[in-house]
Design a protein around this ligand. Structure first.
Ligand SMILES: O=C(O)[C@H](O)COP(=O)(O)O
Length: 223
């Protein structure tokens, strides 16, 4: 009986420059802000009244979410931010140009790193955890993650914070990242491990899920 809307942030400067990003905290471009505003208008047309917003601890998702809330005139909503909604950590690929890496290792290897479920990207040899994560423990920031690893750190957030609110009949808005949303779609749409490589989530494209009162998906709509 409740509705979930999920949305990937608008274009970031790293998206624009074709850079592996992960947990790097990069800003939106002007185009990204415009995408967020357009997405907000699409959500506004649905007339959905949300009970809460969930986003990551990265500014590209947070700023997108605030633009959406302004567009739908629901800036008063409670906002929950979690590292569990952060983008999949790209390890040692972080900061590198995707096309340049492709030149070195080939198109097939880059596709596996970007789209396979279980392949772990080259790991960092050490991590200097950003202080924003220290409140959750000393080893929150990973050395790198496969989509599978990101899936497993996302699911407790779904189970503890999103699903119970939907089950209570409260509509929820989630503004996050390509990989965490692919992980959530994998769960909601029962996508097999081998098929998740076909799933893409575009910047600023809201996806609506309507659930029955047992949290079965009744309808999925790309707005
Ligand atoms: O982290 C990144 O580089 C992007 O947000 C998503 O990248 P992908 O398309 O390689 O998953």
């Amino acid at each position: 009986m409740a509705t979930l809307v999920i949305l990937r942030h608008g274009e970031s400067v790293a998206n624009r420059d074709n850079i592996f990003t992960g947990w790097s905290d990069v800003p939106l471009t002007a185009k990204g802000r415009a995408q967020a505003w357009s997405a907000g208008n699409l959500v506004a047309e649905t007339g959905i009244q949300f009970a809460a917003l969930h986003t990551s601890m990265l500014q590209r998702a947070i700023v997108t979410s605030h633009i959406i809330l302004e567009a739908i005139d629901q800036l008063y909503l409670p906002e929950y931010k979690s590292w569990r909604l952060n983008e999949r950590h790209y390890g040692a690929l972080r900061g590198k140009n995707k096309a340049a890496v492709q030149e070195v290792v080939g198109v097939a290897q880059v596709k596996i790193w970007r789209r396979s479920f279980e392949t772990v990207p080259p790991l960092l040899d050490h991590v200097t955890q950003d202080r924003r994560y220290d409140q959750f423990g000393p080893h929150v920031e990973p050395l790198g993650e496969s989509l599978e690893m990101a899936y497993h750190r996302l699911m407790p957030y779904w189970e503890d914070e999103i699903a119970p609110r939907l089950l209570a009949g409260d509509n929820q808005l989630v503004v996050a990242h390509g990989s965490t949303l692919r992980a959530l779609i994998k769960y909601l749409d029962h996508v097999a491990d081998a098929d998740i490589s076909q799933v893409e989530v575009a910047n600023g494209e809201p996806i609506r899920y309507d659930f029955d009162d047992r949290l079965n998906v009744l309808r999925k709509t790309v707005l």
